[in-house]
Design a protein around this ligand. Sequence first.
Ligand code: SF4
Length: 272
Amino acid sequence: MAETTQIEWTDRTFNPWTGCTKISPGCDNCYAEGWSKRSGHVKWGNHPRKRTTEAYWKAPLAWQRDAEAFELKNGRRQRVFCASLADVFDNKIDPAWRADLFELIRATPGLDWQLLTKRPQNMAKMLPSDWGDKGWANVWLGFTAEDQVRFDQRKRFLDEIPAVVWFVSYEPAIGSLRIAGIDPVPNWLIIGGESGPNARPLRPEWVHGILEDCKTRSIAPFFKQWGQYENNPLTGQLNLAKSDMKGIDPHGKGGGLVNGAIVRSFPEGDAA
Ligand code: SF4
């Protein structure tokens, strides 16, 4: 299982286990389910999850040993996305597995762990008992909000659960999302269109709208990708074929330029 990653907003991925059940419209074209079918590693849905190997679990300890060198070289701390092929706050996980994960996170204070979930309703009961009133210093908490409905359903956790960084992943964006007049809001917001077979379209006005809101609310925006070149406004403006667009906008799937610029910020005080 790969430990390096193509995901633009992190440095590493770590999957303590694999397997998950679809619970939200954003799950419809789940990348990880496709991976599970291709790899045969685990069955998706209502099947037992599979814990990854002991050797694999040692990788973050090696990253920790290099954490100082990484920081010196890059001017920032190393980020670890957990989990890309599962959900940390899945009800179907043996609580002992999750306890082991948090012990690993505790043992790696030089890494910033980015825990992204579609089950924020489980966080309060599944976080460690010493989470405290500020959260652990090396853990960023995030939930996915693929549209306005999901953001409105989940936003209360931004207030209810403390975290040094709270982020929202508006990816795959499958409907509009506006947060200018809404409270609470996260520190960081990732935006991205869906890619792959049966991908649903991302409309440029959704991207421009949410970027405007990020500016108004002082939220760091990270625009990852258009998902497909059909969604990318440059394709129509330049009247180019998809194959030619890759040369002009190679940033992420479907390109990643917004009005000719890369928009990839990180939470305040954290250099790219
Ligand atoms: S929560 Fe994530 S990993 Fe689980 S089914 Fe949905 S998209 Fe896939």
